[in-house]
Design a protein around this ligand. Structure first.
Ligand code: ADP
Length: 446
């Protein structure tokens, strides 16, 4: 096992990783910007190092500062969490050059999958179905126009370096192509520093289904079922669940086969997620792979009774991962609501500030992953996720009822949150019936 792990992140995920390390008996080093001086992850870690000012580009996104922090604290491994440098092949490479284990896949795998156009091509070679579209990057609107004619409208122009639901434009007809194409390129350039885009068929109201994988050093790839992340606002997930109400045992088997085959074809290591779109005919298509632990990983942990963060650390440390057949079978149903400090009444405007009062729910089947506390000030500099409320029940309806109860118990004062919004979604007949797709929230919010 590692001697000491540096957690190159903040917020709930930093805390989540520190908790896993504690259970493994591994000392931890937290890093923090000056805006996060009073964060829980700083208090919970064994040591902490300040890595710069509030701006992420001057702190959490500065590879050299993180490597230096690992060196002065004597950490032999770095866990990147999600976001920030978690999917930076350069950072993973720098860790290796400095003799530090990066807890994630190889740098080559990160860059291969980080280029979404290239990732799709790689999956096609592995015979994993992909969304019909361009064979890699498109150079101009004229080429896009030509291709769209063969694919058929609507199409979606997507940033090859994209992430977080940004840099995507739907094009419903030829007359909209030129302006949308230019906008997508400009958005991609400013958000990701690369204006490269590709196009694919825009599927109407699909479900977002993803498979959790864990690649091991001995070449095995384990799969822990699916998560349904169809409840999205502007392509960003807000509610996730496992299993998906739309996935039958037969379909699950096909999903898992495709995900495992795809991951194996790139010799994938440790925790990763293969993301797919499932259309209304029951056909599914690979969309992208995330080469890290994801925000929504707890719903998988709840139904499988496993700890994915501990498992990825153990696997990276070269420890044997052995699971019984029973441990590979999901039990019951789990749902996660992402609680953001945002005002749903004001178009989800971020609402940073001081939490004056806090009550965290509890009771059977309720799990809270959060870094907030009463008196904590949410800084305006980072994303607005303040807590993940996760429930587990023997079936979907029990998980929903528990979620409603948990959200009723939860009190966060001083800032606006998305709790009231979640409560409304949880009452919606279509949500209750499991009859949702990625277009659900657009309709719901109208
Ligand atoms: P990101 O990396 O930014 O999260 P993804 O490629 O994972 O981007 O897509 C995010 C979401 O955008 C999907 O879950 C889906 O709702 C929507 N989306 C992306 N591609 C398509 C498509 N071809 N057809 C329909 N919806 C899509």
């Amino acid at each position: 096992m590692f001697k000491k792990i540096l957690v190159a992140n903040r917020g709930e995920i930093a805390l989540r990783i520190i908790r896993a390390c504690k259970e493994l008996g591994v000392p931890t080093v937290a890093v923090y910007s000056t805006a996060d001086r009073d964060s829980l992850h700083v208090f919970f870690a064994d040591e902490s190092v300040c890595i710069g000012p509030p701006l992420a580009s001057d702190s959490y996104l500065k590879p050299a500062r993180l490597i230096a922090a690992a060196e002065i604290s004597g950490a032999d491994a770095i866990h990147p969490g999600y976001g920030f440098l978690a999917e930076s092949a350069d950072f993973a490479e720098m860790c290796a050059m400095n003799g530090i284990i990066f807890i994630g896949p190889k740098p080559q795998t990160i860059s291969l999958m980080g280029d979404k156009a290239q990732a799709k091509r790689t999956m096609q070679t592995a015979k994993v179905p992909t969304v019909p579209g361009s064979d890699g990057v498109i150079k101009d609107a004229a080429e896009a126009l030509q291709l769209a004619q063969t694919i058929g409208y609507p199409v979606i122009v997507k940033a090859s370096a994209g992430g977080g639901g940004r840099g995507m434009r739907i094009v419903r007809g030829a007359e909209q192509m030129e302006s949308n194409f230019e906008m997508a390129c400009a958005e991609a350039e400013s958000a990701f520093g690369s204006g490269e885009v590709y196009i694919e068929k825009y599927l109407e109201n699909p479900r977002h289904i993803e498979i959790q994988v864990m690649g091991l050093k001995d070449g095995r790839v384990l799969a822990f079922g699916e998560r349904d992340c169809s409840i999205q606002r502007r392509h960003q997930k807000l509610i996730e669940e496992s299993p998906s109400p739309a996935v039958t045992p037969k379909l699950r088997k096909k999903f898992i086969e495709a995900a495992v085959e795809g991951a194996r074809s790139v010799e994938y290591l440790y925790a990763g997620t293969m993301e797919f779109l499932l259309d209304q005919n029951g056909d599914f298509y690979f969309m992208e792979m995330n080469t890290r632990i994801q925000v929504e990983h707890p719903v998988t942990e709840m139904v499988f009774g496993i700890d994915l963060v501990k498992m990825q650390i153990q696997a990276a440390a070269g420890e044997a991962i052995e699971l019984t057949d029973r441990e590979m079978q999901p039990r019951g149903h789990s749902i996660e609501c992402r609680i953001n400090a945002e005002d749903p009444e004001k178009n989800f405007l971020p609402s940073p500030g001081k939490i004056t009062e806090l009550h965290i729910p509890g009771g059977p089947g309720v799990r809270i992953d959060s870094h907030i506390y009463s008196g904590y000030t949410i800084p305006p500099n980072y994303d607005s996720l303040i807590a993940k409320v996760i429930t587990h029940g023997r079936d979907r309806s029990e998980a929903i009822v528990r979620m409603r109860r948990a959200l009723d118990e939860m009190v966060v004062e001083g800032v606006e949150t998305t709790i009231p919004f979640h409560k409304k979604v949880l009452q919606h007949p279509d949500f209750i019936a499991g009859n949702v797709n990625t277009g659900f929230l657009t309709q719901f919010l109208k």
